[in-house]
Write a protein that binds this ligand. Structure first.
Ligand code: SAM
Length: 279
C-alpha cells in the first residue's frame, strides 16, 4: 500500500484540498504545521490518482509530493480516520448518528451506517455534513416528504438520511460505478429503498423531484443550474461542494432560474446553501 503525501504552503491549502477531494473522493488525511499543510491519500500501487492535476492547480504553492510504502497498519489508520459523528440541525433540532459499520452507535433519533468503500460520503468531509444539516433544516420545517433527487450520490449517505427523515421515493445518481455499488450496499444495511442509477450530469439531468440535494462542485452546480427551467425546477434545493468564496457565483446561477438562496452555512471554508423557488 502506498501513502501519497502532497505538501503545500498554508495559503494554497484550500485549492489543493479542493483538487484532491475530486481526485480522492474517499477522503484525505490532513496534517498542519506552521510551514506547510500535508494531505495524504492511500491506495495500492497503480491505483492512486494522477497527481499532475493537483500540481497544475496549485502552481508554485506546492512544496512537495512524497510517496511512501506503508506497513500493514494501513487498514487501522483508514478506520481511525472514519470516526462516528453526531449530525445536528444548525438550530439545534433533530439529530442523528452517522457511523461506519465498525464503530459503535451513539445518541440521536436514528442512525445512518455508511461503509464508504471507494465512494465519497463518509461524513468525514464538511460538504457532506453541511448537506445533512440542511436536510435537517427542511425536516424540522415539516418538509421531509415526497420525492427527493440526490445528484452525485456517492456512498448514498444523503439519500439514506433523506429516506430515514421521511422523503420518498428517493433517487440517487452518480457517474461512478463504485458509487452505485457502494450506495446499493449501504441502502441494504440501512434497510431503506433507494433508486440508484449511473448518470453523467454533464450530459443532461434526470427527472427532478420537488426536493433536490446536490453535493457537487461549483462548476458542476453551474452546469446543473443551466439545465433548470420552469418545466423541471424543484421547489427547493440543498447544494454543497462549493467553497465559501464561490457562494456568489453559485447563487447567481440559480437566481437566474428562479431559485433564491435562503440559508448559507460554512464549515472549514466549504459552503452549503438552501435554495427555494420564488422571490
Ligand atoms: C462531493 S461528492 C458527494 C457524495 C455524497 N453525496 C456526499 O454528500 O457525501 C460528489 C459526487 O458526485 C459525483 N459526480 C461528480 N461528477 C459527476 C457527474 N458529471 N455526473 C454524476 N456524478 C458526478 C462523484 O462521483 C461523487 O460521488
Amino acid at each position: 500500500m502506498i501513502r501519497l503525501a502532497v505538501r503545500c504552503r498554508p495559503d494554497q491549502a484550500e485549492i489543493v484540498l479542493a483538487e484532491l477531494t475530486v481526485l480522492a473522493p474517499g477522503g484525505v488525511e490532513e496534517t498542519t504545521t506552521a510551514e506547510y499543510v500535508e494531505y495524504a491519500i492511500y491506495g495500492a500501487e497503480g491505483e492512486l490518482p494522477d497527481i499532475g492535476e493537483v500540481e497544475a492547480a496549485s502552481g508554485d504553492g506546492l512544496v512537495g509530493v512524497v510517496a511512501t510504502e506503508v506497513a500493514d497498519d494501513w487498514a487501522e489508520r483508514w478506520r481511525a480516520f472514519h470516526k462516528p459523528l453526531a449530525i445536528t440541525a444548525p438550530d439545534g433540532g433533530t439529530s442523528f448518528w452517522l457511523r461506519p459499520p465498525w464503530e459503535e452507535g451513539g445518541p440521536g433519533e436514528f442512525e445512518v451506517v455508511i461503509d464508504p468503500g471507494q465512494a465519497f460520503g463518509t461524513g468525514a468531509h464538511p460538504t457532506t455534513r453541511l448537506s445533512l444539516q440542511l436536510l435537517l433544516v427542511l425536516h424540522d420545517r415539516g418538509l421531509s416528504c415526497g420525492p427527493l433527487t440526490d445528484l452525485g450520490t456517492g456512498s448514498a449517505v444523503l439519500s439514506i438520511a433523506a429516506a430515514k427523515l421521511g422523503w420518498g421515493p428517493v433517487s440517487g445518481y452518480d457517474h461512478e460505478v463504485a458509487a452505485i455499488e457502494a450506495g446499493k450496499e449501504n441502502a441494504e444495511v440501512n434497510s431503506v429503498e433507494l433508486e440508484l442509477e449511473r448518470f453523467d450530469l454533464k450530459s443532461g439531468l434526470p427527472e427532478l423531484g420537488p426536493t433536490v440535494v446536490a453535493n457537487l462542485t461549483a462548476p458542476l452546480l453551474e452546469v446543473l443550474a443551466a439545465q433548470v427551467d420552469e418545466s423541471n425546477r424543484p421547489d427547493r434545493m440543498v447544494c454543497s461542494g462549493l467553497l465559501a468564496t464561490e457562494r456568489e457565483r453559485v447563487e447567481a446561477a440559480f437566481a437566474g432560474v428562479g431559485l433564491a438562496s435562503r440559508r448559507f452555512l460554512v464549515d472549514e471554508n466549504w459552503g452549503g446553501m438552501l435554495l427555494e423557488a420564488g422571490k
